[in-house]
Design a protein around this ligand. Structure first.
Ligand code: KG4
Ligand code: ZN
Length: 353
């Protein structure tokens, strides 16, 4: 296992990412090429343009990843690649590249589920993290609570009935006129630090539903109304706003963040109770996905976890957002138990995928 060297490729959304990871969890190299500029220009992900952007950089990203690790394809044991969920036009770019490399160098290929990768990267960070555990996965497209019984065996405890929390952060940032050259989440987190989180009274979603599902559409509407009622003009970038205008934007950011996270806290508490009834040996809550890089989210969930006598496992921000390391590592976990496919034929036509 120690000698394994796996290349991981991730192109499911707007980041083109690759990494080389060793069987013992050592990260030999990683590269992320983000489409942030493209996103800012379009105000969101356009699948076709995102696919083209992946195609333009994929060869370079993989080459740079190998160079940084001082390796060539011949040193690899296998290639792991995200096959879903995600935008199919984008996923295809990664899968084609992975199959080309694997075919040419006679390497096994490992298919990785994007959300499983977000979950299992926690086991690279925390070597003592054993199954079963509970995981909260929070990103731009997903809001999931799962009970991880074993590799490839998960029970879904809850999901969103409309939007994911990251989407709510991104829209709030857009409506508040924040700099969209980066994703909205970090911009809201920063601005929230200046605001009063108690100043705007947003209601916590789905209080009356005693389950582990999520909803962020209603909170988004509440935010939109609050912005309108304070006469905030998002066409004026925050950098040009008056100090009074800036502070009312900060109050909304802080109040939104507080309630968005209270919703997570409530659901996590219930999920832990449910999960312990099914698997009493659970000791950890994993929190991963882009939104898990938020320090306020981490601090609040850490409190919930501590109250329940559990341990919080939250990867560092660079491994919470989409990355190649999580794919390579999940590839390793699967490879060790024989879950991989034989090398694809050499010169397989690209449109095969
Ligand atoms: O996991 P990820 O990189 O991509 C998806 O699979 O969606 O997550 C991206 C999401 C975006 O919505 C982004 O705004 C959010 O994660 N995000 C954050 C923070 N950093 C990234 N949300 C809140 N606070 C942050 N610091
Ligand atoms: Zn993701």
């Amino acid at each position: 296992v120690e000698d394994l060297v796996v290349l991981g490729i991730e192109t499911s959304c707007d980041d083109t990412a690759a990494a080389v990871v060793r069987g013992n969890g050592e990260i030999l190299s990683q590269v992320v090429s983000s489409q942030a500029d493209l996103l800012a220009r379009n105000g969101g992900v356009d699948p076709k343009m995102a696919g083209e952007a992946h195609s333009q950089v994929i060869d370079q990203v993989v080459q740079e990843t190998l160079d940084k690790a001082n390796l060539t394809e011949k040193d690899l044991s296998a290639v792991a690649v995200t096959i879903g969920p995600g935008l199919s036009i984008c996923l295809r770019v990664g899968v084609q590249k992975a199959r080309k490399v694997a075919g040419r160098f006679n390497l096994p290929i490992i298919s990785v589920h994007h959300m499983e990768a977000h979950t299992l990267v926690a086991r690279l960070i925390e070597k003592n993290l054993q199954f079963p555990f509970v995981a909260l996965l929070i990103s731009g497209g997903h809001n999931l609570l799962i009970l991880a019984h074993d590799l490839g065996q998960y029970t879904q405890l809850g999901t969103t009935i409309d939007d994911a929390i990251g989407e709510a952060f991104d829209k709030t940032a857009k409506w508040l006129g924040l700099d969209m050259r980066r994703s909205g989440g970090p911009a809201i987190e920063e601005l929230a630090g200046e605001g009063n989180a108690e100043s705007v009274r947003f209601s916590i979603p789905m209080k009356q539903h005693k389950d582990c599902n999520f909803s962020y559409a209603g909170l988004k509407t509440q935010v939109k109304l609050a912005i309108a009622s304070k006469n905030i003009d998002a066409t004026i970038p925050i950098s040009c706003a008056s100090s009074q205008d800036r502070s009312s934007r900060a109050d909304i950011a802080a109040s939104f963040q507080r309630v968005a996270v209270l919703h997570l806290e409530e659901r996590c508490q219930r999920a832990i109770e449910w999960a312990l009834k099914i698997e009493p040996s659970i000791k950890s809550l994993v929190v991963s996905g882009g939104v898990a890089s938020n320090q306020y989210v981490r601090a609040r969930l850490n409190q919930i976890v501590k109250n329940n006598g559990l341990q919080l496992v939250c990867p560092p921000p660079s491994l919470c957002t989409d990355n190649g390391v999580m794919v390579a590592w999940t590839g390793i976990e699967q490879f060790v138990v024989g879950r991989y496919d034989p090398p694809p034929p050499v010169n397989e036509p690209e449109d095969f995928v």
